[in-house]
Each structure stands twice: as C-alpha cells, then as structure tokens.
Ligand binder design. Structure first.
Ligand code: SAH
Ligand code: SF4
Length: 372
C-alpha cells in the first residue's frame, strides 16, 4: 500500500496496526478503531470518543472517511429494495437488498441477501445487460464495496447475512479490491459474515477463476453461463471470444478440484436465444461434469434492448430437461422484476432521466430565448 491518502475502510487490521505503530500508538488501538468502524459504525474520527484527541487529527491527515450517499430507493420493506448511491467522486452505483427466500447458492434459506456492485459500469458488454450498456468507468475500491453493506444496513435497519457479488461490474476484473473487501466483510473484526455466505459471480474470466481457486477463503463461485455452446455464447457475451466454453469449463474443473466445492451456473433464459431443448441438454452435460447446480433466471427486460423472457411453459420445460438428467436446478422467479432489479438498470434509468431533464431544461432555455 502507498502512503497516498486512502479510505480507512480499505485497510486490513494488520495494516491499520502498522500505521498506528508508526504513530507510536499501542497495538490495541487498531482493534478499537475497527470496532468504531464496523461495529458501532461512526462516520468521523472525532466520534471515536475513546481515542486520544491528538490521534483524531493524525488519522484525519492519513486517511479519508467517505460515505455513500443514498440517491434513490425503490421497493418496499417486504420485497426487494434497490438502492442507488452516489460515490465521493459523483459516480452512481447500485445495491439490491433481497429479503428471505429459498436457498439460491447453497446456503440455508431465510437469509437477507445483498447484491453489491464492484465497478462503475462494466467493460464486458454482454448484449442483454444494462450495466454493460454505457461502458466502463472505473473499479470500485475496497471501502466502496464494503460501504454498500454498511449503507444498506443503515438505510434499511436490516441485518444482512448473505452477500452476492452480482451487481454492476465484473468482480474478477477487479480481483484485488474485491478480495480486500471480502476479507473485511468476512473478518471477525470487520462485518463478520461467513465465507460460505459470500458468492462471487463471473461472466467467465477463466484465468481469474484459477486465481480465485488459490484463495484460502471458502467463498462460493457462480458462473454466468447463459449459453451451452460457443455459438450461443458468442452471440450474447463478447468475453466468450477470448475464453471459450471449454477454456472456462476447464478453469472451473480446476476450481472445483482445488476448493472441493460445488459451484453454480447462472443461466438467464432469453426467448429464442438460449432456451431451446438442445441448449438444456448440453447445459446438463456441463453441469454434470462439474457437479454444478444450475440457477435459471427468466430474463428481466431492459429498456432499449430487444430481448425478452420465454413463456412460463418454455421455462418449465427447460427446467424439466435439466432435472430429468439429474441436475440440481432451480427456476428463480425474479423478485425485483417490477423495480428494475437486474444489475445496472436503476442507474441507467436515473442517468437517462437526468439526461432527459437536462435536455428539457436546455429546450426550456431556448424557448425563453426565442420568446424574448
Ligand atoms: N459480471 C458478473 C456479475 C454481475 S452480473 C457476471 O456477469 O456474472 C450478475 C448477474 O445478473 C449475471 O448472471 C448477469 O448475467 C445477470 N443479468 C444481467 N442482466 C440481466 C437481466 N436483464 N435479467 C436477468 N439477469 C441479468
Ligand atoms: Fe458485465 Fe456481468 Fe453485465 Fe456482462 S452480465 S455486462 S459481465 S455486469
């Protein structure tokens, strides 16, 4: 780590301890500060009332203390709620709070799940996804990832016990910051969420899947497959031209062997693109090779994109083919369908409204000029 001003919530406990030692402080201070940050959740150094006054000033010189600002919240208490946050530099990101539901990624049901973002936008440009539509702006830093959980707990009053990295962005393209954040989310001195309740989702960055396999934490992996052949995947996911299905599956073989863990295939069902019987048969083959589970997700319509979800009968048929071949598969009934819950949709909508209202303002100014 450099000495440049960084956010205090990007640090591991040992790194914080090292900084404090350099300042001549006793070693128990790092625990004290972590407690203020992650347990009592204060939002300034001055509020850490049991620290010496002098240390407040020293910490404020070394670290920044950013906070996510809620811009919009959609949804109600007993359904999926979607939060749009503004970062310190003005960029917008979104997080989704999903109430208790059936087991999705192998964990027990009855959990409050948060779906968090890892990047502003996404560079991978999947054809069906709102996050990819406007390109990539930047990686999120570890504190901006951790802060989504803190901010959603603060805004909702709920305790989150399950984290999925399925919001905006490709987590494995920001692996260093994502792992740093996961360590803080998991640590007993941090947010204390068990590794098995943390799921990272990837669109298929095969070499990074292997890297993730080397991590010691037993976090879960979900792979967004969305097509069982290169032909279908190439059509909707540009990443497949770099790492084709066989490269991806063999990285998954490595992951499974190394971690001794079952992974999940995510498969969005898109009408007439990937919902044919032969795709289901091949998907079953891939899943059996890896003993993977399959989550089928009916496509969530994105404004401006032509894709749609198959009929309920087609969805059920696809599911039944998988099951008949002995694959553990579920068909997810998207809870947030009505509130643009798929990743990137709320942000896109808000940005479009901003653009629309500023062009309305511009038009209005022109009208005024004309009438003068
Ligand atoms: N970049 C990672 C994680 C974020 S996307 C990935 O692609 O896995 C999280 C999940 O949301 C992915 O499975 C993605 O394919 C899915 N998704 C994106 N747009 C969607 C939409 N319109 N309807 C349903 N699921 C969508
Ligand atoms: Fe990026 Fe995932 Fe959306 Fe693809 S699906 S554009 S990888 S966020």
């Amino acid at each position: 780590m450099t000495n440049a001003v960084q956010d205090i919530k990007s640090l591991q406990l040992e790194e914080l301890g090292e900084k404090l030692r350099e300042l001549g402080e006793p070693s128990y201070r790092s625990r004290q500060i972590a407690d203020w940050l992650y347990k009592r959740r204060v939002e300034s150094f001055e509020n850490m009332t049991d620290l010496p006054h002098k240390l407040h000033g020293q910490l404020a010189k070394l670290f920044v203390f950013d906070r996510l600002k809620p811009v919009r919240v959609l949804g109600s208490r007993d359904s999926t709620r979607k939060f749009l946050f503004r970062l310190a530099d003005g960029n917008l990101i979104e997080s989704v709070l999903i109430p208790a539901s059936a087991a999705l990624y192998g964990q027990k049901s009855d959990r409050r799940t948060i779906c968090i973002s890892t990047q502003v936008g996404c560079a991978y440009g999947c054809k069906f996804c709102a996050s990819g539509l406007e390109g990539f702006s930047r990686n999120l830093r570890a504190n901006e990832i951790v802060d989504q959980i803190i901010a959603v707990e603060r805004e909702s009053g709920e305790k989150i016990d399950n984290v999925v990295f399925m919001g905006m962005g490709e987590p494995l393209a920001n692996l260093q910051n994502v792992m740093r954040a996961i360590q803080i989310i998991n640590a007993a001195w941090g947010l204390g969420i068990g590794a098995r309740h943390i799921t990272v989702s990837t669109s298929g960055l095969a070499p990074q899947v292997k890297k993730l396999a080397e991590e010691s934490l037993q976090i879960r992996l979900a792979v967004s497959l969305h097509g069982a052949t290169d032909e279908v995947r190439n059509q909707i996911m540009p990443i497949n031209r770099r790492y084709n299905i066989e490269m991806l599956l063999s990285a998954c073989d490595y992951y499974v062997a190394r971690k001794k863990q079952r992974l999940t295939f995510e498969y969005i069902l898109i009408a007439r693109v990937n919902d044919a019987d032969d795709q289901a048969n091949l998907l079953a083959q891939h899943a059996r090779r890896l003993s993977a589970k399959v989550n089928l997700i009916p496509y969530n319509t994105v404004e401006g994109l032509e894709w749609s979800r198959p009929s309920r009968t087609r969805q059920e048929k696809f599911l039944s083919i998988l099951r008949a071949r002995g694959v553990a598969a579920t068909l997810r009934h998207e809870k947030g369908h009505d509130i643009n819950a798929a990743c990137g949709q709320l942000r896109l909508q808000t940005k479009r409204e901003d653009v629309a209202s500023s062009s309305r303002r511009r038009r209005h100014r022109q009208d005024v000029r004309v009438t003068i």
